[in-house]
Design a protein around this ligand. Structure first.
Ligand code: 5GP
Length: 252
């Protein structure tokens, strides 16, 4: 019997009704998908690591005044978050060329960009999340001009925070994707960082060796995804430095 009312099931997470109005329980699955779910696998322990890592990043952002949906972690795989209206955009920030940008523009992966570049994709699995411009966003009413100003400011603040945090543990933040939600406080709308921030949605390269410590390990068959995510978690002190390959039972 289901413990909670399921609201939505995505590729990597399930959302359940939360215990109080305006809250949601976000459950992290072990499922890994890539290339719009054409490549799929179940990677034991991935959900546990992403739950912990997203908690770590969102808590830090909350503490420096970047509002996020994160309230608290409930257990190994679940966290309590604020319910919000998700803006139907994937916001991508890039510091170094990689992935789809390298392909699209013919720039070698790893090339440092002259400044952070922010891109927007329309969140639509059937269409493969196509890149869109602010013209599309305004014309189709996906976000207002005020929203776009706030989104850009949030995205760049997340970038500065995450870049510095990663640099401190010998990791280059190549790029990442965030989602933004709208909440109402005393009837006033406010935008907050939602969804998750984890190695599933970032590109993270070791500064010394260039080793990939993110979902490209799965996308490109480069080895063990949990080894890579555990390495990130260990360096950040999210799991003990001595912890070997993570097993869900080792973390509470
Ligand atoms: P790219 O456009 O190069 O494929 O991705 C840019 C960055 O955004 C990468 O860090 C990638 O992991 C992240 N990203 C883009 N689309 C998605 C998505 O649909 N899901 C997740 N988890 N991350 C994404």
């Amino acid at each position: 019997m289901a413990r909670r009312n399921k609201i939505y099931e995505g590729k990597a997470k399930i959302l359940y009704e939360g215990p109080e109005p305006g809250t949601i329980v976000q459950y992290f699955k072990d499922d890994a998908t890539a290339f719009n779910a054409q490549k799929k696998d179940v990677i034991e322990g991935k959900g546990v690591l992403n739950n912990r890592l997203s908690e770590f990043f969102m808590t830090g952002l909350n503490q420096i005044g970047v509002p996020t949906h994160f309230i608290r972690r409930l257990n190994m795989r679940e966290q309590l978050v604020r319910a919000c209206e998700i803006i139907p955009l994937e916001i991508i920030v890039r510091n170094f060329a990689a992935g789809s940008m390298s392909k699209r523009l013919g720039i070698e992966e790893g090339t440092q960009l002259p400044r952070p570049i922010v891109e927007y994709c329309f969140k639509n699995d059937e269409l493969g999340d196509p890149l869109v411009t602010e013209e599309h966003i305004a014309a189709f009413g996906w976000a207002s001009q005020q929203d776009m100003d706030d989104i850009l400011s949030l995205a760049l603040r997340v970038n500065d925070y995450m870049s510095g945090l990663m640099y401190g543990v010998g990791i280059k933040l190549i790029d990442f994707k965030i989602e933004i939600g709208r909440v109402y406080e005393n009837d006033y709308p406010r935008l907050i960082v939602a969804d998750e921030i984890s190695p599933d949605s970032c590109r993270l390269w070791d500064i010394e060796t260039g080793q990939k410590l993110d979902k490209d390990v799965f996308r490109r068959d480069l080895g063990s995804l949990t080894d890579a995510y555990s390495e990130v978690a260990r360096r950040l002190g999210v799991i003990p430095k001595t912890a070997n390959v993570i097993k869900p039972t080792l973390i509470n």
